[in-house]
Design a protein around this ligand. Structure first.
Ligand SMILES: NC(=O)c1ccc[n+]([C@@H]2O[C@H](COP(=O)([O-])OP(=O)(O)OC[C@H]3O[C@@H](n4cnc5c(N)ncnc54)[C@H](OP(=O)(O)O)[C@@H]3O)[C@@H](O)[C@H]2O)c1
Length: 343
């Protein structure tokens, strides 16, 4: 049993915690909290042990039983999954995690690439086996690498041009925007292209990005030039259809927007109502000579969740990446309602 602790129980942390609890080979030892809020209350209801980052007064005043300090948590676990906001993990790494020689650490995509082995399970699981520090890349980079890797394996890619239409913030957040604007990212390329190359170093990718007033998903519009091959649309569909953690949105479903994808995910009874697969609209796939065009939607809150689970196994030296992904996907497919909520 791999013993896992989670530092930061927000959008990503709470999902990774639920996913860890579904794995037969993992045990969630605890999460950390800083202050009282609904997420901590729910962790308590789920019977998760809570460790305090620093001052415990406010948590105790609200009846949250604190099991110990961060260091108490770290001393019991094999792997820490740090799900704190951008750049906080680096401080945690230097002050805490690095001082435990046997502790493995998983970081998120808000951190810079030097934090650890950049990771997307179906692209480079092998490179992460036994590594002390692994960085699960961002939601956008995960989406781009899953589909580009599949195409590149079949037909070497000459270059990729992609425009990312990014959600403004997550559904549960109220403090970020824009509310009524389209904001171009005036960094060329946007950071996503170089980040893809931390996983797929030999794929030339140039990305641009805009932020739009929506919370539900990101959209990517891609143009992929192949080195040599002229392909048919059917051949491209075949590759995408057979790619793990990618879903083709069939035209007859009438799912024509990101809003409908998220509704579809809930109606399917997906774990937490999430869509961990990258969704490609069947009607949006086109071919022109050696160029392939497609549009994909990325559920930012959840596509990295299975990656975190596989990263835990890779860090612990589990050798078979395919088997890890099978185990993860099977566990996450269990219908909702299986979580151990104790009311
Ligand atoms: N959200 C996404 O769509 C998304 C997608 C992919 C990757 N990521 C990456 O995942 C990471 C986490 O993002 P998130 O969206 O989950 O953030 P989030 O929702 O803001 O949650 C962050 C969590 O960390 C805790 N925290 C904040 N400061 C801390 C500190 N100094 N020490 C310990 N804990 C602290 C917060 O506690 P409180 O509740 O007390 O504030 C909260 O539980 C980032 O690297 C991000 O780039 C995010």
């Amino acid at each position: 049993m791999y013993k896992v602790g989670i530092v930061g129980y927000g959008t990503i942390g709470k999902r990774v915690a639920d996913a860890v609890m579904r794995q037969k080979d993992m045990q969630l030892i605890g999460i950390t909290a800083r202050k009282h809020n609904y997420r901590v209350e729910i962790a308590k209801k789920k019977g998760i042990d809570i460790y305090a980052m620093d001052d415990i007064t406010e948590l105790c005043e609200h009846g949250i039983k604190i099991k110990g300090s961060l260091r108490n948590l770290l001393s019991q676990i094999d792997v820490v999954v740090d799900c704190t906001p951008k750049e906080i993990a680096r401080k945690n790494k230097e002050e805490h995690y690095d001082t435990y020689p046997n502790l493995k650490a998983i970081y998120q995509g808000g951190e810079k690439a030097d934090m650890g082995q950049s990771f997307v399970a179906q692209c480079n699981y092998k490179e992460a086996i036994g590594k002390k520090n692994i960085r699960v890349v961002s939601c956008n980079t995960t989406g781009l690498t899953r589909t580009l890797h599949a195409i590149h394996q079949k037909w070497p890619i000459l270059r990729v041009r992609a425009t990312l239409i990014r959600r403004a913030t997550d559904p549960g957040q109220t403090k970020r925007g824009p509310v009524n604007a389209i904001v171009p990212c005036l960094e060329l390329p946007s950071h996503h292209g170089p980040d893809v190359r931390t996983v797929l170093p030999d794929v030339e990718v140039f990305t641009t990005a805009v932020v739009v007033p929506t919370t539900l998903m990101h959209m990517h519009n891609l143009s992929v030039d192949l080195k040599e091959h002229k392909v048919t649309r059917e051949e491209v569909m075949e590759v995408l259809r057979n790619t793990r953690r990618v879903k083709i949105v069939r035209k007859e479903l009438g799912v024509n927007s990101t809003a409908e994808i998220m509704e579809y995910a809930k109606d399917l009874g997906n774990f937490r109502g999430d869509m961990t697969d990258i969704c490609i609209w069947e009607k949006g796939v086109g071919v022109h000579g050696k160029e392939i065009f497609f549009m994909q939607a990325v559920h930012q809150e959840s596509d990295v969740v299975p990656e975190n689970i596989d990263a835990i196994r890779a860090a612990m030296g589990f050798l078979d990446g395919e088997e890890s992904m099978n185990m993860t996907d099977k566990a996450l497919m269990k219908p909702n309602g299986d979580n151990p909520i104790r009311d």
